[in-house]
Write a protein that binds this ligand. Structure first.
Ligand SMILES: C[S@@+](CC[C@H](N)C(=O)[O-])C[C@H]1O[C@@H](n2cnc3c(N)ncnc32)[C@H](O)[C@@H]1O
Length: 417
């Protein structure tokens, strides 16, 4: 029991320090461990702010010295298991005490033992006094730039609702799936934790997994049939698939060879390899003499809108990450727009909640490029999802009655000449 947990403690610490991402680590987890690992890490990251600010101060009165900082991750995971997972209490305490002994010394082990036993003793009152605290102070700082306290509270409540699974269907496929229902945005929604391989139509390639918000990007574009589209940050290919399904000729570019390999596999499963050219390149260095009718920039971003699917984001992202990504997005936009045909359409999207990576980015682009104008989005969606400019600004508490949606920003622009 404790050897796997010892590895998890180190992983957890590495993610918090930013040296590796949770999705990179998942590749190292064996199939037999995966279910428990996912449960532990999703719960630990979801409840980390609560544990740090509401639980630990009850029992830890002194600062943990930097040379024993591993004790923090030991406690975070131990407390998560005791409060939120169904693992046997005393076996859990013992296994984290063993890790503390192995990684520090007998004082560290005694300290972990005392804290975990206190948590266990007070479990009922700790859980009954629990408040909706999920966002770290750095994450709040990002949101406070752009949203009111009431809006942030609504977003914070959504952090404790497991994100469901959304599917996009090929336009010529209609499958009835038990447990699934159609959202107003057109995606099919299934309960969280649905096993993808068990859904009918997987091997036939009738559908693909794509959050309902992400699926809206291509739905905002019309008349794609036989049009040339440059999909500039394409992998793993959710939008590429929609573009191909609509009959476009797609050039899919991405900087990551590994992610493009996934795109390729996905397109093969969907029988979408015709009309597709795949290029591994940095969008900033991409060059061609071709002009495109559409350019889709689903830009790399801070991904703060996906905090429910990736709860580590609530604990790791800072305003610096936002500024760094905004800078890259600005460069990608400036470079990409030269490949657009006259009257061509540029779609820009991010799964960030920050307006620096959304509204402000586009306004800045329009100030620098007076040959572009906003093409208002006209999808039949709730007005609350639109900005005054008719961009889409989707927030996690939209579609709340259906368990919410990823945060997303979408703008479409047109080249005037
Ligand atoms: C938000 S994801 C794209 C998701 C994709 N459009 C989809 O719908 O499945 C952003 C992508 O940008 C890629 N990327 C990051 N920096 C890049 C760059 N400088 N040039 C090209 N692609 C880049 C990443 O590898 C990542 O696959």
């Amino acid at each position: 029991m404790s050897s796997n947990r010892q590895k998890y403690v180190l992983y957890f610490e590495n993610i918090l320090e930013g040296s590796v991402s949770l999705s990179e680590l998942k590749a190292d987890i064996s199939v037999s461990e995966r279910k428990f690992f996912n449960m532990l890490f999703m719960s630990a990251f979801r409840h980390l702010t609560f544990i740090k600010t509401e639980v630990l101060p009850l029992f830890v009165k002194k600062k943990i010295p930097n040379k024993q900082k591993i004790l923090k991750s030991i406690l975070y995971l131990g407390i998560t298991e005791l409060l939120f997972l169904n693992t046997p209490d005393y076996a859990t305490v013992n296994s984290y005490v063993e890790i503390a002994k192995a990684k520090t010394d007998k004082f560290g082990a005694n300290f972990v033992n005392a804290v975990l036993r206190n948590v266990l003793k007070n479990k009922g009152s700790i859980l009954s006094n629990r408040k909706n605290k999920y966002f770290s102070s750095d994450f709040l700082k990002i949101l406070k730039h752009d949203y009111t306290n009431a809006e942030i509270s609504e977003m914070e409540i959504m952090a404790n609702i497991e994100p469901p699974l959304d599917l996009t269907f090929k336009s010529n496929v209609s499958l009835k799936i038990d447990d699934g229902f159609l959202l107003p945005t057109g995606s099919l929604r299934l309960p969280a934790h649905t096993h993808v391989e068990h859904i009918p139509g997987f091997s036939e390639g009738g559908w693909w997994v794509q959050d309902a918000a992400s699926a809206l990007v291509v739905k905002c574009l019309s008349d794609l049939k036989e049009k040339k589209v440059l999909d500039l940050c394409a992998a793993p290919g959710g939008k590429t698939a929609q573009l191909l399904d609509a009959g476009a000729f797609v050039t899919a570019v991405d900087i990551s060879e590994k992610r493009l390999q996934r795109l390729n596999e996905n397109m093969q499963r969907l029988h979408f390899s015709e009309n597709l050219k795949i290029i591994c390149a940095d969008a900033l260095k991409f060059n061609t003499n071709e002009k495109f009718d559409f350019i889709v920039i689903d830009a790399p971003c801070s991904a703060t809108g996906t905090y429910r699917r990736h709860p580590e984001i609530m604990n790791t992202k800072t305003l610096d990450d936002v500024l760094q990504q905004a800078n890259l997005q600005q460069k990608i936009l400036n470079h990409a727009c030269q490949f657009l045909s006259p009257k061509g359409i540029l779609s820009y999207s991010t799964c960030s909640l920050s307006k620096k990576e959304g509204e402000e980015q586009i306004h800045h682009f329009l100030e620098q490029h007076n040959d572009f104008e906003i093409l208002p989005i006209t999808l039949a969606l709730d007005d609350a999802m639109y900005t005054k400019e008719r961009f889409l600004r989707i927030l996690p508490y939209h579609l709340k009655e259906f368990s919410g949606i990823d945060g997303f920003f979408i703008a479409t622009l047109q080249r005037k000449i």
